[in-house]
Design a protein around this ligand. Structure first.
Ligand code: PEP
Ligand code: MN
Length: 338
């Protein structure tokens, strides 16, 4: 952290301020230049009260030179973290993991059928929403506990581990029994009470980026989970809101290399919620794999035209099979497997 003093700051005040830094256990190094005085702070500056410093009339500005996330930071953990979902699906290694399934669980036969099809085409994790955080209270809200039971049944039928979205900390015990990975949706990325509770569980969390959040805010949410003791965090880029109207969201493909550089956590991409339309899923998924994503989350439906949620962006079985084929070629081209 660097404190930039106003040109009118006095040497005496700079010395006083530097001495004060001891209370936060950081070392202050004042540098006196012509017309500029800066104080470099070294040590763990996490506790430094930036707001108090900015109220000092002789302080002009403060610049952070260290990221505020520690546990999620690659500097603290240079090697890639591997996260295991269920018994043996490892994310973060050479193999690219595909999580696929419907936006919402809609019934017994539907989820079993989708699970069997996506498994046959190479998906290794089943996705499906039971509690659906919809923009409108009049839209289908999900099958809730019954949906969770059906996902569990589909998991037993196919052997695929299950990822599903949790919206309420009160449901954690139920989810612990019925799913293999908690999904925190874009709308809850900064639901800090939910994150704190999930920091205490012994099961992986797939954290989706909020559609109006920076990558640093995203990593700070991962930090909440990790600070609670849960280090099994998977980051998911799912598109952010921009001025563009042609897509549902704008897939921030740069998030993949940036997050992989800043953090050791696995990074996956959801091309379905990013593009918002079925024909965009394959090209966006290919771009994600080429950019270095460790996995993908793709919506697949038995009958997209009649889906209770997100039918427009859901792939049919045939288009999922085709997409998987072209993803294998891209994965191979970049030295990965799928
Ligand atoms: C989902 O994956 O079903 C979902 C609602 O995604 P997001 O939170 O990214 O909108
Ligand atoms: Mn959806």
């Amino acid at each position: 952290m660097i404190i930039i003093m106003k040109p009118t700051a006095t040497r005496e005040h700079v010395e006083e301020l530097s001495a004060l830094m001891e209370r936060w256990n950081v070392k202050a190094n004042p540098i006196y230049g012509e017309g500029t005085i800066v104080i470099g702070l070294v040590g763990d500056t996490g506790a430094v009260d930036k707001d108090a410093l900015l109220r000092d009339p002789q302080v002009d500005n403060i610049i952070k030179v260290q990221e505020p996330f520690k546990l999620a930071n690659r500097k603290m953990h240079p090697q890639d973290s591997l996260v295991t979902i269920g018994k043996d699906v490892v994310i973060g290694g050479k193999k690219i993991i595909v999580m696929a399934g419907p936006c919402s669980v809609e019934g017994h036969d539907q989820i079993i059928d989708v699970a069997r099809h996506v498994k046959a085409d190479g998906a290794t994790v089943l996705r499906g929403g039971a509690w659906k955080p919809r923009s409108s209270p009049y839209s289908f809200q999900g099958m809730k506990a019954e949906g969770l039971d059906l996902l569990h049944e589909a998991s037993l039928d196919t052997g695929l581990p299950v990822v599903t979205e949790i919206t309420n900390p009160a449901h954690i015990d139920l989810f612990m029994e019925k799913c293999d990975c908690f999904q925190v949706g874009a709308r809850n990325m900064q639901n800090f009470e939910l994150l704190k509770e999930l920091g205490q569980v012994n099961k992986p969390v797939l954290l989706k980026r909020g559609f109006a959040n920076t990558m640093e805010e995203f990593l700070m949410s991962a930090e909440y989970l990790m600070a609670g003791g849960n280090e099994d965090v998977i980051l998911c880029e799912r598109g952010i809101r921009t001025y563009e109207q042609y897509t549902r969201n704008t897939l921030d493909i740069s998030a993949v290399p940036v997050l992989k550089r800043m953090s050791h956590l696995p990074v996956i991409v959801d091309p379905s919620h990013a593009g918002g339309i079925y024909w965009m899923v394959e090209p966006l998924a290919k771009a994600a794999v080429a950019a270095g994503a460790d996995g993908l989350m793709i919506e697949v439906h038995n009958d997209p035209a009649h889906a209770l949620s997100d039918g427009a962006q859901s792939l049919t079985y045939d288009s999922f099979a085709e997409t998987m084929g072209s993803l294998r070629a891209v994965a191979q081209a970049v030295g990965r497997e799928l």
